[in-house]
Design a protein around this ligand. Structure first.
Ligand SMILES: Nc1ncnc2c1ncn2[C@@H]1O[C@H](COP(=O)(O)OP(=O)(O)OP(=O)(O)O)[C@@H](O)[C@H]1O
Ligand SMILES: O=P(O)(O)OC[C@H]1O[C@H](OP(=O)(O)OP(=O)(O)O)[C@H](O)[C@@H]1O
Length: 214
């Protein structure tokens, strides 16, 4: 079996190093200069496959449109994107939680409470599911600022160590879901390149660590 002909979109940033460790441990032909190069498309060492280095939030888009057969991306990004992809493997890295947080003291009761988040779809669905009407305000980052400066009473964001919340005087109020990094596939590629994708997964599966904790 061979992995020939696959294009794999990797998330740049926080999960990149651990992703490359896993791929290398699996014996996949990761280009040697992938960490240092400024190239965004890198052929594997033997030229069998191609890696695309993308912003995490764009990975589901590349995979849904089929310009990448496979993608490596956080569950948070996947759920928020709501794209039509196959989820093949939980890589068990980049573990954190999606949580609701706010100031410890009970905020004043507003007619329409405000929630700031980089994940507006997840936040909207969560509060809708609980029958709570809220106004969700989209922010691109530093979401913890919102309750401190009176933009919103609560936030929905990822929490890993809890340090950012703690240092800003915020506390977790509810956990929404566990997050980890996933391997996803384009639906058409999954059928047309099934042998190569099966082989990719077969190599990767045994090196996925089970014992990591948040
Ligand atoms: N403490 C954490 N904060 C954010 N994401 C985390 C954390 N721990 C693990 N992750 C996971 O890592 C993924 C990538 O995080 P990273 O910060 O690189 O991306 P990003 O938030 O899209 O960054 P940027 O907007 O700067 O490109 C997240 O989608 C999430 O699944
Ligand atoms: O629980 P912790 O270990 O403190 O990690 C959680 C923090 O990390 C992420 O921020 P990031 O550094 O990606 O910056 P951002 O706020 O600009 O997204 C996330 O948005 C939280 O702020």
């Amino acid at each position: 079996m061979t992995i020939q002909g696959l294009t794999v979109a990797l998330s740049k940033g926080r999960i990149m190093d651990q992703t490359l460790d896993l791929l290398r441990e699996a014996g996949l032909p990761v280009p040697q200069d992938i960490e240092t190069s400024r190239k965004l498309i890198l052929p594997s060492m033997g030229g069998e496959i191609e890696f695309i280095l993308a912003k995490p939030v764009d990975v589901p888009t590349y995979v849904e449109y089929g310009v990448a057969d496979l993608g490596v991306v956080g569950k948070d990004v996947l759920v928020e994107a709501g794209r039509d992809l196959y989820e093949l493997l939980d890589l068990n890295i980049g573990r954190c939680k999606m949580s609701v947080a706010g100031l410890p003291e009970k905020p004043a009761h507003y007619a329409m409470p405000r929630v700031a988040s980089k994940y507006p779809r997840i936040a909207t669905e969560y509060f809708r599911g609980r029958g709570q009407q809220v106004e969700v305000i989209f922010l691109n980052g530093s979401v913890e600022l919102a309750p401190l400066i009176g933009l919103a009473e609560r936030i929905v964001d990822v929490v890993e160590t809890g340090r950012t919340l703690k240092e800003n005087g915020l506390v977790v109020q509810e956990d929404i879901m566990d997050i980890s990094t996933r391997l996803v596939a384009n639906r058409m590629s999954f059928r047309l390149k099934s042998q190569a994708i099966d082989e990719f997964v077969r190599l990767l599966r045994p090196v996925v660590k089970k014992e990591e904790t948040v």
